[in-house]
Design a protein around this ligand. Structure first.
Ligand SMILES: C[S@@+](CC[C@H](N)C(=O)[O-])C[C@H]1O[C@@H](n2cnc3c(N)ncnc32)[C@H](O)[C@@H]1O
Length: 486
């Protein structure tokens, strides 16, 4: 069979074919990822993957039509098959692949719940990540809707690399010119890496080696070298390198999703937005009852609660994601994702109360809530936590007091924690009370029986979200000091 090949320049491993027009089909093979066909051009055999009728990627070549013979640079047939994992995602944003969603340490159970609720499978749950499966197009709703995810990483390929030169060689074989832009506003690349491999002592070296391979490849094929650097506001490629195994991802988030964009005025010891969202999910608050947040600081818990109650997608607050800067990005599809996220907003009667003893904290929390578009949902006031107005309607009270790691001295905090126990008993009956702390000994000073102790991390600090059922007359549950956290 003789056919017409596309008129374009193809470059693989430094081998170039220009303006070639006639070829002969040699072999078809159906594989899980599509139809692989080999075509012959004179003495050379080239392999393509055809998806949706398109010609997508040359993934190997041989000098002779008889693989494995002298002069054939390709590995034997079986190992070549193992390496043929890469498909150029830009030609098909609808091709399914592994998607790794990272999160702050310890909150993957809540992230996994969110992923399932959005209709995606949870293939693996790790301490700081959840693995699912979907298309590059699926990363758009995931980036917009997830409250507890940090980065949505679309898996491109896996390969083996023993040293930086192997990394360079493998990366240079990928057709980056079809994935990234070489000119214009999008032509900027950031490479991030996680490297736990003997040949890399400084992860910045892995980043540089990977970046060099990518921009050299683009330079070779397009004659232009995209800019590169540490800014994550355009295309981001992530290299995960453990031992000899490298997994390559497109970081479709760019800036981490915890950077919602509303916290313009952070104070000392603010809680990360994704962690605050996980705390709210852990309380099982229904978004209709009251949510009371004394010691609100810069307002992260109160603002995340308001976004949750109103069904507002946190990603709608952002004007930029990594996937904007990849070739094949479809603005129309993106507008549909945004419209669907807008349409999911809910009516709610929930009231949120946020107070702090520090007027600067309340001013910043109010400003941040205004930026997030939820100021009207939250009643702010400056007062000691004991004077926080708590309605009789019931709901959830959440406090994140200082715990001596970054703010406040532990010995000064004992009375504060005892006072929280009194506040819970005297002012919050009919509510579920929650205390987020990184100091277990201080937590015990509350002096009330906990109904749950949910483990979290704030950075590397091991924390607990302590839950108290605050029935009327919970005085009966009061334990002796030092014995309280049972
Ligand atoms: C760890 S910060 C809260 C951080 C907050 N979750 C955020 O995301 O920004 C603790 C807050 O407790 C407040 N605070 C300390 N003692 C207080 C008291 N007695 N009454 C009310 N607020 C107090 C501090 O002003 C500080 O803003």
């Amino acid at each position: 069979m003789v056919g017409k090949a596309p008129r374009r320049k193809v470059c693989q491993n430094g081998y170039e074919v220009e303006n070639w027009t006639r070829f002969r089909f040699v072999e078809f093979e159906y594989e899980e990822r599509g139809l692989v066909c080999q075509v012959s051009l004179g003495q050379t055999t080239l392999s393509f993957l055809c998806i949706s009728g398109g010609l997508c990627y040359i993934n190997r070549r041989s000098q002779a039509q008889n693989p494995g013979t002298a002069g054939d640079e390709s590995p034997p047939r079986s190992s070549r098959r193992e390496n043929r994992t890469f498909v150029n995602p830009m030609t098909d944003w609808k091709r399914k692949s592994k998607i790794l969603i990272t999160c702050p340490k310890g909150i993957s159970p809540w992230l996994a719940g969110e992923v399932r609720a959005l209709g995606f499978p949870v293939l693996k749950e790790e301490e700081a990540a959840v693995e699912t499966k979907g298309t590059l197009a699926d990363t758009m709703p995931l980036n917009v809707l997830l409250r507890t995810g940090h980065r949505v990483l679309y898996h491109m390929t896996d390969f083996m690399a023993e040293n930086p030169e192997d990394l360079y060689r493998n990366l240079r074989n990928i057709p980056w010119e079809e994935i990234l832009h070489e000119r214009g506003e999008h032509a900027y690349l950031c490479v991030t890496s996680t490297a736990d491999t003997p040949s890399i002592r400084d992860v910045r070296f892995a980043n540089r080696k990977a970046k060099d391979a990518i921009v050299d490849r683009i330079m070779e094929n397009c004659g232009l070298r995209p800019d590169s650097g540490p800014d994550r506001d355009r295309a981001v490629v992530h290299v995960f390198w453990k031992g000899k195994a490298v997994s390559l991802y497109l970081d479709t988030s760019g800036e981490p999703l915890s950077r919602r964009g509303y916290r313009k005025i952070p104070l000392a010891a603010p809680m990360q937005e994704t962690l605050a969202a996980a705390v709210i999910l852990a309380t099982a608050w229904n978004g209709r009852e009251d949510f009371v947040n004394p010691m609100c600081g810069s307002g992260t818990l109160a603002i995340e609660a308001a976004l949750f109650a109103e069904g507002r997608a946190p990603g709608l607050l952002r004007g930029n994601f990594g996937f904007f800067h990849l070739r094949g990005f479809d603005p129309t599809a993106w507008r549909k994702v945004r419209s669907a996220a807008h349409a999911a907003r809910k009516e709610t009667a929930a009231r949120i109360t946020a107070t702090d003893i520090d007027p600067r904290a309340v001013a910043s929390a109010r400003q941040n809530a205004r930026t997030a578009g939820v100021e009207a949902r939250i009643d702010f006031s400056v007062c000691p936590f004991q004077e926080t107005p708590v309605s009789k309607r019931g709901g959830v009270v959440v406090l994140n007091p200082p715990y001596g790691e970054r703010t406040g001295d532990v010995s000064d905090l004992v009375d504060l924690y005892r006072g929280i126990g009194d506040f819970f008993k005297q002012s919050c009956s009919g509510y579920r009370g929650y205390l987020f702390t990184g100091n277990a000994a201080l937590g015990k000073k509350v002096g009330l029986r906990t109904s749950r102790r949910i483990p979290f991390f704030n950075g590397e600090i091991e924390c607990r979200l302590l839950e108290y059922e605050l029935y009327a007359g919970s005085r009966r549950n009061r334990k002796e000091e030092g014995n309280g956290d049972t």
